[in-house]
Design a binder for this molecule. Sequence first.
Ligand code: GRF
Length: 219
Amino acid sequence: MRRQRVGVLISGRGSNMEALIRAAAEKDYPAEVATVISDRPDAAGLETAQAQGVEAMCIDPKACAGREAFEASLQEQLQSKGVELIACAGFMRIFSDGFAMRWHGRMVNIHPSLLPSYRGLDTHARALADGVKLHGCTVHFVSGAVDAGPIIAQSALPVLPEDTADELARRVLRLEHELYPMVLSWLASGAVSLKDGRVAYRFAVKDQTRLLSPMSSAE
Ligand code: GRF
């Protein structure tokens, strides 16, 4: 089996990146993390990647003359590592339409909400403020727009009355670490692809039982 070469883009902690690196360490995983690239020199994920034996580097936008130059360096680095798929994992930059088009169907992102609700930042606090009863995370193909693009998979959990934004973030992050490696393996093996703007699945998608929230424990 030839493993697809993945470039992981980060800006910070890198816990999703670490989940992908760990999954890719399994011998039958269809992808390998070829490189980790951060746009911030202080991203903690850079050290984590190196500690896991993965080459990691920073391309600092401040050292580039604008977004075009940044994306040109990024593209050059990805190409030099033979990257075939990009996984954005807490990467805080917006791509130009040109870059997004170049990686059309080959670039995915994870977002900590059930999209299309709560694009952008502070998703957990906003979900709590709205009183939603189900929350979660989404892996989607990246299009030009922020936190948009065809949704591949989502994972949901019930919001509890005593939840705080931090607690919700902690529980959703656990779902993220499970969902992202699963979706990347589908993409790398060709089980999932983007066809005419829609996600195509080459496996039978199971009809799961419903998730109902709240459920009462009262008699
Ligand atoms: C995650 O919640 C991810 O969904 C979002 O940014 C956060 C990054 O966390 N895009 P980490 O760097 O993967 O720990």
